[in-house]
Design a protein around this ligand. Sequence first.
Ligand code: NDP
Length: 356
Amino acid sequence: MSLNHNMKSINAEMPVVVTGGSGYIASWIVKYLLEDGKKVKTTIRSLKDTSKIQHLLDLKEKFKDNLTLFEADLMLDGSFDKAIEGAELVIHTASPFFVAGVKDAKKQLIEPALQGTRNVLESCNRISTVKRVVLTSSVAAIHGDNIDSLLVPNQTFTEDHWNTTSSLTHQPYAYSKTLAEKEAWEIQKKQSRWDLVVINPSFVMGPSVSKRLDGTSVEFMRNMLKGIFRTGVPDTKMGFVDVRDVARAHILAGFNPNAKGRHITSSEVLPMLGFAKIIKENFGNKYSVPTGTLPKALVYLIGPFFGLSWGYTKNNIGQPLNLSNEYSKTDLGLTYRSLKDTIIDHVSQMETAGLL
Ligand code: NDP
């Protein structure tokens, strides 16, 4: 067997760092790593804010010294050093994720995403044990608006594509993810001790480890079930993926010695109405989910009240979207749950946890 000199074998006995352990996706990564018998060091903004970290305290109760919590902030230089010391694998998920109610995109999204990535990767540069970084990017770094599909072969996005249409004023969250991922590759290229493997999830759904309601994914599901969209949804397609599959993708990306490059991590592309239909088929009339789409003219009119700008409406409503998830299956060996299972499990978890 020829030994690929780029292969990075991660010592499974060494602690794994997960940034942003209070978050929706990171919570599952932390939980799975612990269940797999790994030691985990995770960062959170504050040890005092127990409402954000109760699920981590519960995991600590169960897994004891295998879980350690560290305070770190994306905007504070050197903040991550202490957590990263002695680790070979760093999984960097922390980054602000919201699309509605953005007041100052530069301050709220761009700076923490970009500065935070620099900050974490500079720690990795300083700390000589680090061999691999797994970064949570997004399909938002692959493409901006759905209309961008018309510019790519077979109207299908792959890992070869980059978002070239988002900006500070148009889709700033997508812009923040694009800038942060580009910066990560730039920083990685300047050295050879650690390699970078990137996970690019589409919209993440599925049960939460915590009871938090303030994340964008959970909020979307809750709004759907609460009937916020009962009069109809825009005719927009989105990629969806299960949070548990996304978490597994990060772990496979971390420990598979041959893992390489970017990975679109997405189970299915569906119109928003198709998503609502799955809820209806499985929960009947229990929830007032939308049964029709809104005319585009109406979306122009009322969209801005829901955070949909005219530019968004123009470039996304009625446009095609295809995301290729082939590479995630071949490079990582990832398998995907059906969106039906994701939705059923998510709704059930929210019901059981009393979140509706
Ligand atoms: P959450 O909002 O649940 O998690 C975001 C995490 O980032 C939280 O832990 C949050 O901390 C942390 N964070 C934000 N700002 C700072 C800061 N200044 N300093 C330290 N930590 C900070 O979102 P998700 O779990 O959904 O997102 C996690 C990652 O996945 C992000 O990088 C996001 O861009 C990416 N992603 C998410 C998708 C989705 O559909 N959910 C799709 C594609 C990518 P705190 O808890 O204190 O707020």
